[in-house]
Design a protein around this ligand. Sequence first.
Ligand SMILES: [Zn+2]
Length: 512
Amino acid sequence: MSNHRVLQASVLFLSLSLLSATPHQREEETTRSTPITRFQQYLRINTAHPTPDYSSAISFLQSQSHSLNLTSQILHFSPSKTKPLLLLTWPGSNPSLPSILLNSHLDSVPAEPAKWSHPPFSAHHSPSDGKIFARGAQDDKCIGLQYLEAIRILKSELGFEPIRTVHISYVPDEEIGGFDGMMAFVESKEFEDLNLGFMLDEGQASVTDEYRVFYADRSPWHVVIRAVGMPGHGSRMYDGSAMENLMKSIEVMSRFRENQLDLVKAGLAGFSDVVSVNPVYLKAGIPSSDGFVMNIQPSEAEAGFDIRFSPMTDPDLLKKKIADEWAPASRNMTFEITEKGPLRDYLGRPLMTATNDSNPWWSIFKEAVEEAGGKLSKPEILASTTDARFIRQMGIPTLGFSPMKNTPILLHDHNEFLKDTVYLEGIKVYVSIIKSLSSYEGPASVQLSYGYSLKFKSGVRRGRVGHGSLGLEQGNKFVDGIKEGSSRVGPDQVKTCETCCRREYEPDSGVY
Ligand SMILES: [Zn+2]
């Protein structure tokens, strides 16, 4: 049956049932809780910065988790305790296996209501085309509730029981850097206790028929270059003024920017593969009562840039480029780089998750999407950053995925919307994904990232892995730092990092 005819048939059915319903029944129909009305409810909670209403969002999600019989705990990582993190758990039948984490963030970016066709927190459901308009509809309240709706179906309709434990996290502050959210969470005892094997986090909408999936984020740097030079009368021509020094740098950087963009335009690289260099401010001149003093060449000038690069870019080479070409000391230039987040994981590897058969999580994920009738496009690097980087920093395989196909990319935009049919189809996809991931019992080999694999007899077990506490950075034994009571690591583990650091780790000493 064509879509058109299905629609016609359901419209007919709906109008017939409305015709025959009593006023009381009709009211029940409109107030009944459905996946769509629950999604609307969540969207109506204003969790936009700068004053996100986290407590209402948490109460709503907790009431959902109670109806699903999930255990829940609220964690705080900010001193003010105003930024709760909700952690829900669906215990598996074999809790010794590493668990699965499904993550989303509670907060969203602000909206300018005047520029929206419907108020951004009304969750208006358009009757003609099924679009649900709200800030957070795509980024990322959709996935937050789709996880729960999928679990509802798995539990109540399919009677499914997971083998691996499934955790669902709702973290604060992702949109403002995640410092009191995911960044602090990964450092905590509670995180360590999750014994995570794999995580799913947010992705982005796809304008085609295929779902997009992301195996890495780009890393942002905020770079400020400063020039100093001899001040002088506005009429004089001389070498080495601050403005001249700065402008020379801007020219060099603009050329680089153009080359990178040309690669994209020529189809030789994707937007996320190249280094983006975008000027964001210029600061120079001597202020006067009506603007700037026009007859003095200033002695200082600076410019700020937003620079982003993929994990394939060598940050040391980029730093060298800035020092040698963009802000050379020979032209009286200095620079400052503010790194916004980690660049490497705790073993010094690029923050990427393998998307080939060496990573069993990838294969399971891909097959599960296909089993649900979905198709994945070529895995991508996300142009922006998400909380996934903090999990990848722990060496835990993480994919970014939001099942929205045939949908314009509207995150952070006016009139952000998601179609009801797309939302409901996404739930089905998660049913398949959660079922497959949580049923996975082996095998013994898990590639944690590119070029480095650890083979275990029974799954992967990690202790506290943050910031070199495993001792690997110091070249200590692999097992150092794994907390007592952890599973025994099998004797067949590979201890060589094949591509990135090429270090060999000492044989298993039996310290656990
Ligand atoms: Zn997001």
